[in-house]
Ligand binder design. Structure first.
Ligand code: AMP
Length: 227
């Protein structure tokens, strides 16, 4: 009889500025590889909507386009990672965003006997960001992402994925907030590219092209990293 094969859950990180397509690509990887997308932005928005203590603290910070405190975000991420579905492997979308968060993730993974399979940086120019962000919206029911110029549903106002008809735009997807979000990215998150390069897990993707082309490039990297 074959010896039992135990695999540790995959851990992928998507790095990149706001609007780089992390959420869109993470959802495609979720479907393709059976992984779980973990977006700290989504978790924080849910906390704000639910009016939890963390949500109340995070609300104004998010509206200003600044980063929520490491303490709050790390606690939210740690709780979510402990849920059973994460045993399938995770795609971290929007976390870590600071060196403190990266160190906390390293600690959490090593305590669980896990490692980072790949940190993939989606590379885009700042000039592209405002156009991308200002046109985007999501299905209020299933979270599928759309864009006024780049990705419209087959039937106007109806989600291709679940048939939902309530589309939502994020409160922080406006020109002023985007400028602070980009600033936070360059000051606090971009240094993580060198951090993961130093660990030998960094991959870079040109994310200026079409969604499908980027998805193909990403899928090749993920297949390689999970082998
Ligand atoms: P996102 O959906 O990833 O664009 O995140 C939306 C907002 O949530 C950000 O502009 C931050 O205010 C906050 N946020 C999300 N993830 C983090 C994180 N890892 N660290 C700090 N703030 C975060």
């Amino acid at each position: 009889m074959d010896a039992a094969v135990t695999t540790t859950p995959a851990v992928l990180i998507l790095l990149g500025p706001p609007g780089a397509g992390k959420g869109t690509q993470a959802r495609m990887l979720e479907d393709q590889f059976g992984l779980v997308q973990l977006s700290t932005g989504d978790l924080l928005r849910a906390a704000v909507a639910a009016g939890t203590e963390a949500g109340r603290k995070a609300k104004a910070v998010m509206e200003a386009g600044d980063l929520v405190s490491d303490e709050i975000v790390i606690a939210i991420l740690r709780d979510r990672m402990a849920e059973p579905d994460c045993a399938k492997g995770v795609i971290l979308d929007g976390f870590p965003r600071t060196t403190v968060q990266a160190a906390a993730l390293d600690e959490l993974l090593s305590a669980n006997g896990q490692k980072i399979d790949a940190a993939i940086s989606l590379e885009v120019e700042d000039s592209e960001m405002v156009t991308r962000i200002s046109g985007r919206y999501t299905c209020g029911n299933c979270g599928e992402g759309y864009h006024d110029n780049f990705k419209q549903p087959a039937k106007d106002g109806v989600c291709d994925k679940c048939g939902g008809t309530e589309m939502k735009r994020r409160a922080d997807d406006n020109a002023e907030t985007v400028a602070s979000r980009l600033q936070s990215y360059h000051a606090q998150t971009a240094p993580l590219i060198a951090y993961y390069e130093g660990k030998g897990v960094l991959k870079k993707i040109d994310a200026m092209g079409q969604i499908d082309e980027i998805a193909r490039a990403l899928s090749t990297i993920v297949k390689g990293a999970m082998d």
